[in-house]
Design a protein around this ligand. Sequence first.
Ligand SMILES: *Cc1c(COP(=O)(O)O)cnc(C)c1O
Length: 333
Amino acid sequence: MSRDEFRQYGKETVDYIVDYLENIQKRRVVPAIEPGYLKDLIPSEAPNAPESFESVMEDFEKLIMPGITHWQHPRFHAYFPAGNSFPSIIADMLSDAIGCVGFSWAACPAMTELELIMLDWFGKMIGLPKEFLPLTENGKGGGVIQSSASECNFVTLLAARFEVMKELRARFPFVEEGLLLSKLIAYCSKEAHSSVEKACMIGMVKLRILETDSKFRLRGDTLRNAIQEDRNLGLIPFFVSTTLGTTSCCSFDVLSEIGPICKENELWLHVDAAYSGSAFICPEFRPLMNGIEYAMSFNTNPNKWLLINFDCSTMWFVFKFIVGPPKWSIALC
Ligand SMILES: *Cc1c(COP(=O)(O)O)cnc(C)c1O
């Protein structure tokens, strides 16, 4: 594609986008196709010769659109909301144009710095404790953008596992790592997102899924009893993943009860607020996050409620205490 063609087709694509979004309600929300539909409509080999832009767009409308679930449709009520907006689309275009890989400050200074500043802005907007916000509040932690909340849950679990294993290795230098790992146990409630269970599965740690109360909230006593029982079995509780705004019913685990128990027992407290964390912009909802000062990590998805298109999952960490000195008296055999 030449530069002039790009100029023309780019503008045509913007027109296509506007038409699509303006008329989206005329389409079916969910496609009327069977699994595997596309294989029969598309050649089995990549073409040798290029096709015109017009014919590609024709295929897009005829072959791809019929297989799209329209998350932006006004009658789409499945899973969870997916934000989108014109400014967000334009931002994606600019980011595509720059096309850089910002894995370190030097790899793209503006990208790294803008990310940190925006995470500070947003963290302040939702009332995160200042420890999470290093730039504007002299905090000890910081924020970073991930692709999805599932990834946040996984990364957090790995970080917590790393911290506790470091401590255990120092304390039991002659014990095989696999044995130490086999003693670790994490907690969440049965209303937690499925990605917590998946994270523990891939992270190779045990997970105990706890009961909730009549309002679908994880309570402190439930956690305290579970920790005690598991300690008695020789296990090492190290991580709790709580949810503020569960995906299925928007219930809120009681952080103000759970937080002190995590502190007392030196457990890493994670708060997954992917679904409704953005609501904390409104001061009237802030009491639901009482106890957040005990959290070591927090994530929420601007791509759910804040008109930002997928993917944009924001996550903050703060290192408040290093796990240990240990209270563990475990039988390592
Ligand atoms: C939506 C949601 C997730 C998963 O979000 P993805 O970004 O799609 O991985 C995780 N936890 C909670 C509480 C959610 O609502």
